[in-house]
Design a protein around this ligand. Structure first.
Ligand SMILES: [Zn+2]
Length: 273
C-alpha cells in the first residue's frame, strides 16, 4: 500500500534508552525493511565517567562523558541497524532533584514548545508512520524521560503526521517476576512502594504486544555497547541467554491511531500494511 518504506521513529531521553525499552522493535522492524529513526534528546552527561566515576565526584568530566556516550550510542545504532540517528543535544538533567536539573541547557528546563519545534521538524522530514516514546511519568519519573514525553506529544500535535503513537510500558505481572529474579541475582531491587505511582500497567490495559524474541541477542548486544554505564544497566547482569528469554516481548499502549486496527494487536504497524 505504501510507496515508500514504512517508518518508525523512537524518541528517547538518553544514550542507552533506545536499547532498554525499544531495542527489540528497532531491530525487528529494521530487519523487516522498515526505516528506523532514533531521536535521542540529551547528551547523557550525567552518566558515569571513565572508570565508573559518578557524576558530581572529582574527576567526572562531563565533556568526556558526552563524547564517550555519543560513540556508544552510535555503536548501539549499528547493532540495531538504525537507519537514521538524530541527537537534539540537550544537557542531561540528571535524576529528579539533582542540581543539574536547572543547569544551563538542561533538557528539563528547556521550554517544551521550543524543543517540540525541533522535533516537529524531524517529524516533517522523516514522516514516521509510527512514533514511540514514554508515558507521562517517563515510565519511572526521570525528568528527561518526562520531558521527552512532553515534547513528543507536543510535536505530534503540531505536525499531525504519525498514524499511530505509542508509549512504552511493562505488564505489572512481568515486573513482579522480574524483581524476583533480580533480587535472586543479588541486584538491589526495591519491592514496589505503595505510596508511589505504580510502574507499568495491568495486562488488560496493554494494547500492543510485539514479539521480539528472535532479536534478543541484538538487543542485549546493543545494551552492552553502553559499556561505560554497565553499573546502571541491571539487565546486563542477566547474561545474554537469560536476558533473551526474559526480554523477548516488548509492550506498548497505543494512544493515537487513525487506522482502526483492533486491539490487542501484535504489530506496531497493524493497519498500515
Ligand atoms: Zn534514560
Amino acid at each position: 500500500m505504501a510507496e515508500r518504506p514504512l517508518t518508525l521513529m523512537a524518541v528517547h531521553a538518553h544514550p542507552d534508552d533506545e536499547a532498554t525499552s525499544t531495542g527489540g522493535v528497532l531491530a525487528r522492524y529494521a530487519a523487516e525493511g522498515v526505516t528506523t529513526v532514533l531521536v535521542t534528546c540529551t547528551d547523557g552527561r550525567c552518566g558515569d565517567g571513565p572508570g565508573g566515576v559518578k557524576p558530581g565526584d572529582p574527576g567526572h568530566d562531563p565533556a568526556s562523558v558526552v563524547a564517550m556516550r555519543q560513540a556508544e550510542l552510535e555503536a548501539s545504532c549499528e547493532v540495531l541497524k538504525v537507519t537514521h540517528l538524530e541527537t537534539l543535544g540537550y544537557a542531561d538533567s540528571g535524576m529528579m532533584g539533582w542540581p543539574t536539573n536547572d543547569q544551563p541547557g538542561a533538557f528539563w528546563i528547556t521550554p517544551v514548545d521550543e524543543a517540540a519545534d525541533r522535533l516537529a521538524e524531524l517529524i516533517r522530514q522523516y514522516e514516521p508512520d509510527v512514533i514511540v516514546t514514554y508515558d507521562e511519568n517517563g515510565f519511572y519519573g526521570h525528568p528527561d524521560h518526562i520531558q521527552a514525553h512532553r515534547i513528543t506529544m507536543a510535536a505530534v500535535a503540531k505536525t499531525d503526521v504519525p498514524a499511530k503513537v505509542y508509549w512504552t510500558t511493562v505488564p505489572r505481572t512481568a515486573l513482579g517476576e522480574f524483581g524476583r529474579i533480580m533480587r535472586e541475582l543479588g541486584v538491589e531491587w526495591a519491592e514496589p512502594d505503595e505510596s508511589e505511582p505504580q510502574l507499568g500497567l495491568p495486562d488488560d490495559e496493554i494494547t500492543t504486544w510485539v514479539d521480539t524474541s528472535s532479536y534478543g541477542t541484538q538487543k542485549y548486544d546493543a545494551l552492552a555497547t553502553h559499556a561505560s554505564q554497565t553499573e546502571n544497566i541491571f539487565f546486563l547482569q542477566l547474561g545474554r541467554e537469560r536476558f533473551t528469554e526474559l526480554m523477548g516481548m516488548e509492550t506498548f499502549v497505543r494512544v493515537r491511531d487513525v487506522t482502526g486496527a483492533p486491539t490487542p494487536e501484535n504489530d506496531l504497524f497493524a493497519g498500515l500494511r
